[in-house]
Design a protein around this ligand. Structure first.
Ligand code: FES
Length: 141
């Protein structure tokens, strides 16, 4: 399992010209598939050429990469807020099924690390969606 994890992390890092910029993307992919432990942290750090402490700090800064990563959530941090997340949250509270049953019970969450796609929603399966406050969802997977 450790070897498979290391190979996958190295494969992901290899697709980036600047490996240090791959840390968040790789962390997100690893967190979606396995528990984050010291092996995962050191594998990511080694593959990206960064300090393991930086990777640990990243997991601490993005709660959705750690234990809070399960469950549906709509990011309401600054970028998503400015791009209409609060309007979407009000809409989901008024009509919980307006985007489909898979999005019922959405909670506000902190930054999901996909600010460039704001506003962003994570469904129960861990898939991310870019939302348009004026219409319906757009799948990002
Ligand atoms: S602020 Fe919403 S994904 Fe970063």
């Amino acid at each position: 399992m450790v070897r498979v994890l290391r190979e996958r992390v190295e494969e992901l890092a290899g697709s980036y010209e600047h490996k240090e910029l791959a840390v968040l993307g790789i962390a997100r992919e690893v967190a979606a598939k396995t528990l984050i432990d010291d092996t995962a942290v050191s594998s990511i750090a080694e593959a990206c050429g960064v300090d393991a402490e930086l990777v640990s700090d990243l997991f601490a800064s993005y709660p959705d990469l750690g234990e809070e990563r399960c469950g549906a959530g709509l990011c309401t941090d600054l970028t998503c807020y400015l791009r209409g997340a609060s309007t979407l949250l009000d809409r989901l509270r008024d009509d919980p099924g307006c985007l489909g049953s898979e999005f019922e019970g959405i909670s506000p969450v902190s930054c999901l690390g996909l600010c460039f796609q704001a506003p962003v929603l994570r469904d129960r399966e861990g898939n991310f969606h870019r939302l348009d406050p004026g219409s319906v969802s757009q799948d990002m997977s």
